[in-house]
Design a protein around this ligand. Structure first.
Ligand code: GLN
Length: 548
């Protein structure tokens, strides 16, 4: 029999519930248990693929091609395992299955109702994912915050599971404790209200994990304990830290894994977290900095900069920096700026490395192309991811091969030189308006050219990486581009699809049709990101020498 831990959020969203869920998974895994994690998103969308990244953050693609929430990425990075489609559900997905089943007469003539049929479907999905991943413990993160209408049916499913097996199910509330500037005191009242809300759903939290700018002190732990009905030792402090990878260690300072395992009637086996500790220490000790510019467009939300749309890219840079014993100073550069003032692109000389991540549509792309040209001509290490690779191909075609106006048909269907064009099966789908979950998605194999930099970095010829795109390198232009120095460093096994491009005579110029950032893990940084950061560090040393 598996055990289930539900993680719910109180007070407000965006306080690190996903990272807390992943960290709880990590500390239980370090105790010798097989752990999996699931995410429930209250959206009616079937998946995250149709949501705007500015609103929802990054779309994380799984090995089996699901377009999920960025928290699935956190689970993969902390647990070091692949999380698959079955571990992600949305309101849309749950209702869709119930309605399909009703149409197939599977309810045997019964009245199909929101309660109990929706929570029953939620429970069925949780159990199926747990069995499939052969987990001893499944951690289920319920999206949104308690008290919202949207997640009430998911809480009902959690309540029923606990009612049926009280020793196998426990609840963690991740709450936020504000410290208003005018008061300078940490306030517990919003957490007390959140607990009242969750109590109204028939759930009593076993643990309250307190997110705050500072550690929670004794008087406040006492208050939360008394007014929220939770033992004082089960009120866990989880303050802001420099690196999210420190959180499992912080939770363990409060002996959380032992406390959870006791409540679940599981034996706390000997803890093994040395690798993790080493990784955290190495990152903390790195002092030499490299400056990396991420050139994108999904940063701004009103007056605020939200880099969430690129979270896996940022984490991959951090993992690779740790491995190179340097610290990455990341800057967000909005490519629109270079379109308005092309002269500004010269500021890129201040960067040791440049990343152009994935994207869609026309906004900001000419700015990105200018930046790529600058990186290529000025030998600044460059990594282009998906759209970044496609734009690097366009830049090379326009400025090196002199194919004036070369473009992707995504933006200019009438271009004279469509160096990037739509894949034939994708054109059919778009014509039928079949947009949801129809891109080239998930893991595909790729064979590397033995003479390429990519081969040197991966150290093997056959690799597998995750994709999410509709357009591809147009093979009609292969010969022309190769002749002028573009290297096709990686191809699909049937040689029909170009998966990696490189520019020779450059310290590091790599573009990938796939998204390597999705597979980078803190204990296993991605070879291409490691190569980028190593080149950036060399760039920095060269710059210092030049100054002398
Ligand atoms: N828009 C491009 C395509 O669909 C690139 C997609 C991406 O960067 N994920 O092919």
């Amino acid at each position: 029999m598996s055990k289930f831990i539900f993680v719910m959020g109180g007070v407000m969203s965006g306080v690190g519930k996903g990272v807390t869920t992943a960290s709880i998974g990590k500390i239980l895994q370090a105790r010798g248990y097989k752990v999996t994690a699931l995410k429930i998103d209250p959206y009616v969308n079937i998946d995250a693929g149709t949501m705007n990244p500015v609103e929802h953050g990054e779309v994380f693609v799984t090995e089996d091609g699901d377009e999920t929430d960025q928290d699935i990425g956190n689970y993969e990075r902390f647990l070091g395992v692949n999380i698959l489609r079955d571990n992600y559900m949305t309101t849309g997905r749950v209702y869709q299955s119930v309605i399909c089943r009703e149409r197939n007469l599977e309810y045997g003539g019964k009245c199909v109702e929101v309660v109990p049929h929706i929570p029953e479907e939620v429970i069925r999905r949780i159990k199926k994912a747990t069995v499939k991943s052969k987990a001893d413990i499944a951690i289920i993160e319920v999206g949104g915050t308690v008290g919202e209408y949207q997640n009430i049916l998911f809480l009902e499913a959690a309540r029923i599971m606990h009612y049926q097996n009280p020793h196998d199910v426990l609840f963690v509330l991740v709450s936020y404790l504000p410290i208003p500037g005018t008061l300078g005191e940490m306030k517990t009242k919003p957490t007390q209200y959140a607990v009242q809300q969750i109590n109204a759903a028939g759930i009593q939290p076993d643990f309250i994990v307190c997110r705050s700018a500072k550690p929670v002190d004794e008087p406040r732990k006492h208050k939360i304990s008394t007014f929220c009905n939770v033992a004082k030792q089960d009120v866990i402090s989880n303050p802001d830290v420099e690196s999210i990878y420190e959180i499992p260690l912080i939770l363990e300072k409060e002996r959380l894994s032992e406390k959870i395992l006791n409540k679940l009637h599981l034996r706390p086996k000997k803890r093994n977290m040395q690798d993790w500790q080493k990784m955290v220490l190495a990152a903390r000790r790195a002092i030499k900095a490299v400056k990396i510019g991420i050139i994108g467009k999904y940063f701004a939300s009103g007056d605020f900069i939200l880099p969430d749309a690129y979270i896996s890219v940022i984490e991959a840079i951090k993992h690779a920096s740790g491995a190179n014993k340097v610290k990455a100073e990341i800057s967000w550069i909005n490519s629109d700026v270079y379109e308005k003032k092309p002269g500004l692109v010269k500021e890129l000389k201040n960067y040791d490395g440049i990343v152009v991540p994935g994207g869609f549509g026309s906004r900001g792309i000419e700015g990105k192309i200018l930046a790529i040209k600058y990186a290529r001509e000025n030998k600044i290490p460059f990594l282009g991811l998906c759209y970044g690779m496609q734009l690097a191909t366009i830049e090379f075609a326009r400025n090196v091969v002199k194919l004036k106006g070369a473009h992707t048909t995504e933006i200019n269907p009438k271009t004279k030189y469509p160096v990037i064009h739509i894949m034939p099966d994708q054109a059919e789908k778009l014509a039928k308006k079949q947009y949801g979950n129809t891109m080239r998605l998930g893991a595909y194999p790729c064979i590397l050219d033995k003479d390429s930099l990519s081969f040197k970095l991966y150290g093997q010829r056959k690799i597998s990486e995750r994709h999410r795109h509709r357009y591809e390198f147009n093979n009609d232009y292969r010969a022309k581009l190769i002749k002028k120095g573009l290297r096709l460093a990686g191809l699909s096994p049937d040689k029909k699809l170009v998966e990696i491009i490189e520019v020779a005579n450059h310290p590091f110029f790599v573009g990938t049709q796939f998204h390597p950032e999705l597979k980078s893990r803190p204990l296993n940084p991605h070879p291409l990101f490691k190569g980028l950061i190593a080149a950036a560090a060399r760039n920095k040393r060269q710059e210092i020498r030049d100054k002398k």
